[in-house]
Design a protein around this ligand. Structure first.
Ligand SMILES: Cc1ncc(COP(=O)(O)O)c(C=O)c1O
Length: 399
């Protein structure tokens, strides 16, 4: 077998990388296109998603004395790092085993007069349905809603893009996301007041250096090959050495430069086809795995249109998770455990280890499967056969 399907992927054309070199002021146009796509008034770029989140927190801090930031307990660990760096306190809530996003009832219990904001994370590309209810009920509590759309570019609730529901939202364009420019982030808001503060805050940070600029070009060139199953198979021995699962400790905050913005702009203009492929692949997977004993699949509430970044599946028997992973790997399909632990096991946040039982359960049993445009029908059939057989059939060759 001379192919290996990576867990993340997106078509990046060499011509896009080349012509982007000649686009000098791409940041403004990229922001304009993003505003049209997300349907918001203001959009600003930064070097990463987490830098964008940090900038958001720095701005919200100026508008309130409250110090607590509520996060779902199973999400990107870098969020905790950003909250702490902003001098704020992370407060966790459990997740729901329906859509694997925040549990709204548990979240309500965590809101108090010291809550600065709730971070509404749309994990895996599944819009968090609870955001509408939270919007209605936050009422007299003067809290902000920050949407973390890092994994959910292209996802919608009742036809409206995520990022347009909270007071402010941010996206990530890192190499694993639905619009991958190797790295990058964007902040969006409808609020004029927040926009003015954002503009002032962003210019306090330095621009990406010329070296970073060139390095990014080179990384994007490598990525345009590495996403393709043949090249991924060929390059895997080298790529595997750079894979790491360590807990992030810090991050840089930079203004975004023209080259990656120009690449982003070119990729954004042809995003519809990759979106359709992601959507179709995920639908096929969900349908084919539906009803399998031993699996929990995300339930998609009415009105929700996910744009899966990866397909999350929970394998009830935790001893089988590694077996499924290995069996898929042997057949040339990479899937991933995602974050190995919930946030309160990674950081000392003052919680007991057995708090947030759903997040603990999920972290031990979650697998994420590839659904990107390089995943073919045969790959989906393989994934379904291997998963079904491994979790249920005692005689399976994969057991
Ligand atoms: C849910 C979530 N939020 C925030 C981030 C941070 O984005 P970035 O990697 O661009 O800093 C990520 C990145 O993986 C993420 O998955």
């Amino acid at each position: 077998m001379i192919r290996k399907v990576p867990v993340i992927g997106h078509p990046i054309g060499l011509l896009d990388l080349f012509f982007a070199l000649f686009c000098r002021k791409a940041q403004l146009e990229f922001c304009r296109e993003l505003k049209d796509e997300i349907f918001v008034r203001h959009a600003y770029l930064a070097n990463t998603g987490i830098a964008s989140f940090y900038i958001v927190l720095s701005v919200l801090k100026k508008l309130s004395h409250a110090k607590e930031v509520i996060l779902p307990c199973y999400t990107a660990p870098s969020l905790v790092v950003a909250v702490r760096r902003a001098g704020l306190k992370p407060v966790l809530c459990d997740i729901s085993l329906d859509d694997f996003n925040a549990d709204l009832n548990d979240l309500f219990k965590r809101i108090n007069e010291n809550t600065l904001c709730v971070v509404a994370v749309h994990m895996y590309g599944i819009p968090w349905a609870g955001i509408e209810e939270l919007n209605k009920k936050r009422g007299k509590n003067n809290i902000f809603i920050v949407e973390d759309c890092a994994q959910a570019f292209g996802a919608k609730i009742r036809g409206t893009s995520v990022g347009a529901f909270g007071d402010i939202g941010f996206f990530s364009f890192n190499r694993g996301k639905n619009l991958p420019i190797y790295e990058g982030g964007c902040i969006v808001t409808e609020s004029r007041e927040l926009a003015v503060l954002l503009e002032k805050e962003i210019v306090l940070h330095p621009k990406q250096s010329l070296f970073e600029h060139f390095a990014l070009g080179f990384k994007l060139f490598a990525l345009s090959f590495a996403f393709k199953p043949f090249f991924y198979w060929l390059l895997y021995p080298v790529i595997a050495r750079f894979k790491e699962n360590s807990v992030p400790s810090g991050f840089e905050v930079r203004q975004y430069v023209a080259y990656p913005a120009a690449v982003g702009l070119r990729l954004l203009k042809k995003i519809q086809k990759p979106f359709e492929m992601r959507y179709n692949n995920s639908r096929m997977l969900l349908e084919a795995l539906g009803g399998a004993e031993g699996l929990i699949l995300p339930k998609i509430a009415p009105g929700i249109t996910p744009m899966f970044n990866r397909m999350p599946v929970v394998i009830k028997d935790k001893d089988k998770v590694e077996k499924v992973l290995k069996a898929l790997e042997d057949e040339g399909i990479e899937c991933s455990r995602f974050y190995f632990k919930p946030l309160h096991h990674l950081f000392d946040l003052g919680y007991n280890k057995d708090e947030f039982p759903n997040a603990v359960y999920l972290a031990e049993r979650l697998l994420t499967l590839p659904v990107h445009p390089f995943v073919g029908k045969r790959d989906i059939e393989k994934m379904v056969t291997i998963i079904r057989e491994t979790i249920s059939d005692p005689a399976s060759e994969y057991r």
